[in-house]
Design a protein around this ligand. Structure first.
Ligand code: COA
Length: 280
C-alpha cells in the first residue's frame, strides 16, 4: 500500500532498543496510553508486558508520520519460544487522530509481509470483540473466545505473596484438567513477583501485575466438578482483602463459568485469539 504521508518501519529502527533503553520505551508507552487510556496501571507495567509477551523490537512495527517523525501507531509481536515458525501478537493500535484512514490496514499488512519474508508461517494475536471485524477483513480467522474473570481477595494482608517463587512451570498430573488459558511461554517470561499455590491437588500459577494478581494457570484433579469450588476459594485467598484477582483465559462455554458465577466472580474481558497464515 502506498502511504504518502506515513511510513511503517520496525520499532528498533524508529526508536532503538525498547527493552534496554528507558527513553525509547517511554515514547512507546506514551503512545500505548494515548491509544488504550491510562487505566489502573502500576509503574513498570509496560516493561513487564513487553517481557511477558516476548516482544521483539526488530519484528514489531511502528507507523510514523514522514514530515514530523511522530510515531502514531504500533504493532507489537514476538516469536513463539515453543513453536519455531509462529509469531505472537502483543497489541496494536493507532492514536485516535490516525484512525479510519486505512493506516491500521497498512500497519498490519507491512508487518505481515515482513514476518512472512523472515520465514514465519503463522501469526496469532488476541482481539477484543470490537476489533475482531477489523482483523477478519485483513485475513485473520477467529478461534474460540477466551474470558478473563475477576474477583477480589479475602485474605489477611500477611497472606499476600508469602509463597516462594517456583523454579519453573509445574507439570499437571495426567488425571487433571487445565481450567485457565495456560500459556507456558508467557509464564516462563513473566518477571517476578510470581508464585505457585497448591491446595487439595489443585494448583495455580499467578503473578502480581500492579495492584492485581493474575492467575495464569489453574490445574484441578479429576473428577473436576467437585474440586472447582475449593480451587476458586484458593484463588480468592491469594490476595489481601480487596486485591483484584484475575483468572485468565477461561472458555466461556465450559462448566467452570457456572461455578465462577455462583461464587460471584464477574467477567472482566472477552477476547478472540485471531490466526493468520503467513507467506514468504
Ligand atoms: C482497530 C484499529 C487499529 C483500526 O485501525 P484503522 O486505521 O482505523 O482501520 P482502517 O482504516 O485501516 O480499516 C481497515 C478496514 O477495517 C474496517 N474496520 C476498522 N476498524 C473496525 C472496527 N472496529 N470494526 C469493524 N470494522 C473495522 C474499516 O472499515 C476498513 O474496512 P474496509 O476494508 O471495508 O475499508 C484502530 O481503530 C485502533 O487503534 N483502535 C484502538 C485500539 C484497538 O482496538 N486495537 C486493536 C485491538 S488490540
Amino acid at each position: 500500500m502506498n502511504l504518502p504521508a506515513h511510513e511503517v518501519t520496525t520499532v528498533a529502527a524508529a526508536l532503538g532498543d525498547i527493552l534496554r533503553d528507558p527513553d525509547a520505551r517511554a515514547r512507546l508507552e506514551a503512545l500505548a496510553l494515548e491509544i488504550f487510556g491510562p487505566g489502573d496501571r502500576a509503574s513498570g507495567w509496560f516493561l513487564r508486558k513487553l517481557r511477558r509477551e516476548g516482544v521483539d523490537g526488530s519484528l514489531s512495527s511502528v507507523l510514523r508520520e514522514r514530515a514530523t517523525g511522530r510515531v502514531c501507531g504500533y504493532m507489537l509481536v514476538g516469536p513463539s519460544r515453543l513453536q519455531s515458525n509462529m509469531v505472537l501478537g502483543a497489541g496494536m493500535g493507532l492514536s485516535p487522530d490516525a484512525r479510519g484512514r486505512g493506516l491500521g490496514r497498512a500497519l498490519v499488512a507491512a508487518t505481515v509481509t515482513r514476518l512472512g519474508r523472515a520465514g514465519f508461517t503463522r501469526l496469532e494475536l488476541p482481539a477484543e470483540a470490537t476489533a475482531r471485524p477489523f482483523y477478519e477483513r485483513l485475513g485473520f480467522h477467529a478461534q474460540a473466545p477466551r474470558e478473563t474473570w475477576l474477583t477480589y481477595g479475602c485474605a489477611r494482608p500477611s497472606a499476600d505473596e508469602r509463597r516462594a517463587a517456583p523454579a519453573g512451570p509445574w507439570k499437571c498430573a495426567s488425571a487433571a484438567v487445565e481450567l485457565a488459558g495456560w500459556r507456558e511461554e508467557a509464564w516462563i517470561r513473566t518477571p517476578p513477583p510470581k508464585s505457585t499455590v497448591r491446595a487439595a491437588s489443585a494448583f495455580a500459577h499467578f503473578s502480581r501485575e500492579g495492584r492485581a494478581l493474575l492467575v495464569q494457570r489453574l490445574c484441578v484433579p479429576e473428577p473436576v466438578d467437585p474440586h472447582v469450588p475449593a480451587a476458586l476459594d484458593m484463588l480468592r485467598s491469594l490476595g489481601a482483602l480487596g486485591t483484584p484477582v484475575l483468572l485468565y483465559g477461561v472458555r466461556p462455554v465450559s462448566f467452570i463459568t457456572q461455578h465462577l458465577r455462583a461464587r460471584c466472580w464477574s467477567m472482566a474481558q472477552r477476547s478472540f485469539p485471531m490466526r493468520r497464515e503467513l507467506h514468504p
